[in-house]
Ligand binder design. Sequence first.
Ligand code: FAD
Length: 294
Amino acid sequence: MKTAELFEQKTVFSLEVFPPRPDADERVIYQTLEQLSDIKPDFISVTYGAGGGKNGCKTIRIASDIQNRYGVESVAHMPCIGLTKAQAREILDRMQEAGIENILALRGDRTDGAEAGGDLRHASDLITFIRENYDFNIIAACYPEVHPESRNAVDDLKWLKYKVDCGADHLITQLFLDNDYFYDFREKTCIAGIDVPIEAGIMPVTNKRQIQRMVKLCGVELPKKFVRVLEKYEHNETALRDAGIAYAIDQITDLIAEGADGIHLYTMNDPYVAHRIFDAVQSLLSVSAAVTTG
Ligand code: FAD
């Protein structure tokens, strides 16, 4: 099923996993998927990059197994930085052969030499290429706190609109810890004429190193309320995990009440955390679905 169709029926609840690193025991990801599939998420997306290998073999295999073994819709991420069109075609052909219908089309992060020799400079180039040659449902990334490389919010919004005009059917946001960024961003996308569903990306922060890395990479602001929690519990692993789960539940509760199209949970491959969050918000998702359909 194409993910864009899901939003017609309900508040979407989806999960994200990453493939195992080359030296990791593959059984672990399958145990993780088995537990995550119990949640019956609307889809599970699989990242492509660290651990996934340059050709995305693991991403494609895991995305295909999510559908075939666990009966859950899947989304394969695909960064295009440094790819020639011939290489992109090879990857897309393999995704098609594997029965994948949904692709999260990305540029990928700039690292030294990453762009050398590539034909596709931005996610919009990949989206255009897919639209011209394939029938995939296309998802794209967006940034409520503005992409770190953008000159300003207006420029970022202009390119986001362009990405949608090129053919993105649905958007997923970068993680954010202050919902007001999301509401402000949603209003601006509306004014800009961006009319595809936008899922809110939520990352339950359960350890300090993880959030420090994310802040550095994504330029996400840490609200005072969040910093207080982090400082209070940073030396107690269990308490910090519980506080991170509670914080994510609070964010999701507010987002559902404010009519967000969907929630995309960055699970960090932790089924325990995902289950606790889902159990706490499950009834809210079904109420909003009833309101939408009733
Ligand atoms: P783009 O849309 O190309 O935007 C990048 C920058 O260029 C922005 O500043 C934008 O404003 C500007 N821009 C966009 N189009 C144009 C244009 N045509 N001309 C000029 N400027 C333009 N990375 C991975 O490597 N693997 C993953 O699996 C992965 N999954 C992700 C999932 C989500 C939900 C999100 C939010 C991000 C993910 N990323 C992943 C990270 C992503 O690759 C980076 O954030 C990257 O820096 C930008 O990717 P993009 O697709 O948004 O790029």
